[in-house]
Design a protein around this ligand. Structure first.
Ligand SMILES: *[C@@H]1O[C@H](CO)[C@@H](O)[C@H](O)[C@H]1NC(C)=O
Ligand SMILES: *[C@@H]1O[C@H](CO)[C@@H](O)[C@H](O)[C@H]1NC(C)=O
Ligand SMILES: *[C@@H]1O[C@H](CO)[C@@H](O)[C@H](O)[C@H]1NC(C)=O
Ligand SMILES: *[C@@H]1O[C@H](CO)[C@@H](O)[C@H](O)[C@H]1NC(C)=O
Ligand SMILES: *[C@@H]1O[C@H](CO)[C@@H](O)[C@H](O)[C@H]1NC(C)=O
Ligand SMILES: *[C@@H]1O[C@H](CO)[C@@H](O)[C@H](O)[C@H]1NC(C)=O
Ligand SMILES: *[C@@H]1O[C@H](CO)[C@@H](O)[C@H](O)[C@H]1NC(C)=O
Ligand SMILES: *[C@@H]1O[C@H](CO)[C@@H](O)[C@H](O)[C@H]1NC(C)=O
Length: 463
């Protein structure tokens, strides 16, 4: 800009020669005329005064100070607004009312600002001294209307059913220009989601389909260069569930789906699942093949005198009458008399809780071991062992049943079970012989081979 000022000043007055000398000797002075503006872009508000500040400074004696303001819009001729020499202002009569300047202050006041005032404002300062120095600046002015508070409308307004309905939110603003719409959820910008879609302007936002996770506090934030406004919070109603249905009880021990309840204790079962609106719960009893309705409601209370008749299977059903979805969970109630006994022999025995835990643990471990053993015992080995064994061994094994010599039974027993395979020699099945009507091929027997291992040392010791 300073360079421009130089070129202009030299071109304007004195000869090329003078110019060169000045350039050499007075470069600093030349660059001394400096016109500055705090901002090259100013956002104005419609119908309000706009002040375009300009500062200038120079280092030479000046006789005249000239300030000129021009206005240009893309693809139109630049327009003269006003100018001044020393203290006297010469406005363009057309715009006399609108633009004001108080020289030597070069700042321009536009009042009132209108949409048509949007464009570039050029200020040019000429200093007449030994030569003429000139400098100019350009300020871009935008004119906007402030935003009014946005209002969000939601569809369906009555609430959306999870995985069924789509939800659309529309942000409406009564007044404002150059609007940029943003959507916030719980005060933070929306995270990207394939379920979301936005209108080109971003003022409409859709969730398709809506899920439970879409519940939250939504707001629409609208910005423009001169203002920003946020809507009130809108919290959509989302119908979902039931999820995570479970039955709990205040007393008794729950292992998996089995409740072990002490005789003579009142017990309260509580059924709960996450859903909106709240589920309708119903309790159902099941004996053999028949089911019977017990009651509605999330709680089932059983009085102490009724507990004795409780051992059976039950179910709790949760039904959401808006989503139309339901879930049910089954559980078994086992009544123990441990509670009564334990009070009598508290010192001797373990607490019912501990013993039940022990029993359960033992059962679980046994089943695990059996399962593992079954899984990893290679069939091949079994097969070989069976093939290499004379049939008499089986007979011998059979005869074990019923005998009473406990010492003979000593040892480690291995039960090998395998399905009825054609390649495996079978021991003559007594049951098949007895029931002559049944064809041998149709019978699916599981053959158990019993192998007795007698640890050598132990045997010696016994003998
Ligand atoms: C501006 O002021 C200077 C001195 O202050 C004077 O010499 C000059 O003539 C004035 N110019 C005009 C156009 O009045
Ligand atoms: C110009 O005038 C405005 C008030 O109209 C004032 O705020 C500003 O400081 C002035 N600038 C200079 C350089 O005197
Ligand atoms: C202005 O120019 C004259 C001659 O043209 C010169 O004598 C004088 O020193 C100059 N003044 C300044 C301040 O440069
Ligand atoms: C929800 O939107 C999806 C995709 O935009 C459309 O296929 C579906 O029909 C809409 N469902 C409803 C209930 O409007
Ligand atoms: C539309 O809104 C979303 C969410 O607020 C935002 O991430 C995105 O940048 C916006 N897009 C435009 C073009 O404004
Ligand atoms: C949503 O707003 C309500 C109050 O308007 C507030 O109680 C609730 O905690 C907010 N929820 C979240 C997730 O920010
Ligand atoms: C339960 O019903 C099944 C078939 O519905 C039937 O085969 C079975 O015998 C019934 N059991 C009892 C104990 O009624
Ligand atoms: C749905 O269930 C709720 C709560 O359980 C109840 O208040 C409402 O009346 C039920 N609506 C219908 C249509 O059954």
């Amino acid at each position: 800009m300073g360079q421009d000022a130089c070129m202009e000043s030299f071109g304007g007055k004195g000869g090329t020669f003078q110019c060169k000398i000045l350039l050499l000797l007075l470069a600093g002075t030349c660059l001394g005329l400096k016109v500055t503006v705090p901002s090259h872009i100013v956002h104005g508000i419609k119908d309000q005064p706009l002040y375009l500040p300009v500062h200038y400074g120079f280092h030479m004696p000046a006789s005249d100070i000239q300030i000129i303001w021009l206005f240009e819009r893309p693809s139109t001729m630049p327009k003269y607004l006003l100018g001044s020499v020393n203290q006297s202002v010469v406005p363009d009569l057309e715009y006399r009312q609108k633009f004001t300047m108080m020289p030597p202050n070069a700042s321009l006041l536009i009042n009132p600002l209108e949409f048509t005032d949007e464009g570039n404002y050029i200020v040019k300062v000429n200093i007449q001294g030994n030569g003429t120095l000139s400098a100019s600046q350009k300020i871009q002015v935008t004119v906007d209307e402030p935003i009014t508070k946005p209002v969000v409308q939601i569809r369906p307004s009555s609430g959306a059913v999870e995985y069924v309905d789509n939800m659309t939110m529309t942000c409406q603003v009564k007044a404002g220009t150059r609007l940029l719409y943003h959507w916030l959820k719980n005060g933070k910008p929306l995270r990207r989601s394939p379920a979301y879609s936005f209108s080109p302007q971003n003022n409409t936002f859709q969730i398709a389909p809506v899920t439970k996770e879409d519940a939250g506090n939504y707001t629409c934030l609208v910005k423009n260069p001169v203002s920003e406004m946020e809507s009130d919070i809108i919290a959509p109603t989302i119908y979902y569930g039931p999820y995570g249905l479970q039955v709990n009880s205040d007393k008794g021990l729950k292992v998996g789906e089995v409740f072990t309840v002490d005789l003579g204790e009142a017990i309260l079962f509580d059924c709960s699942a996450d859903s909106y609106p709240p589920n309708t719960y119903s309790w159902i009893g099941m004996t053999d093949n028949t089911t019977y309705f017990i009651k509605h409601g999330p709680r089932l209370e059983v009085a102490p005198e009724k507990v004795a008749q409780m051992t059976a299977d039950y179910a709790c059903c949760a039904y959401n009458n808006v989503t139309g979805r339901q879930d049910e969970t089954h559980f078994t109630v086992i009544i123990t008399s441990m509670g009564l006994e334990s009070s009598a022999q508290k010192e001797k025995s373990l607490s019912p809780l501990a013993s039940l835990t022990g029993i359960s643990l033992f059962l679980i471990i046994s089943m695990c071991l059996l399962f593992l053993w079954k899984k990893f015992q290679p069939y091949k080995v079994i097969k070989q062992k069976l093939e290499g064994r004379p049939e008499t061994d089986y007979r011998k094994a059979q005869t074990f049943s019923g005998h009473e010599d406990a010492l003979d039974d000593f040892g480690i027993y291995e039960f090998v079970a395998f399905p009825d395979a054609a390649g495996v020699p079978r021991m003559p099945s007594r049951s098949v012989r007895v029931s002559e009507g049944v064809s041998g091929q149709d019978v699916h027997n599981t053959i158990y081979e019993v192998i007795q291992h007698i640890p050598a040392q132990q045997q010696d010791h016994l003998e």
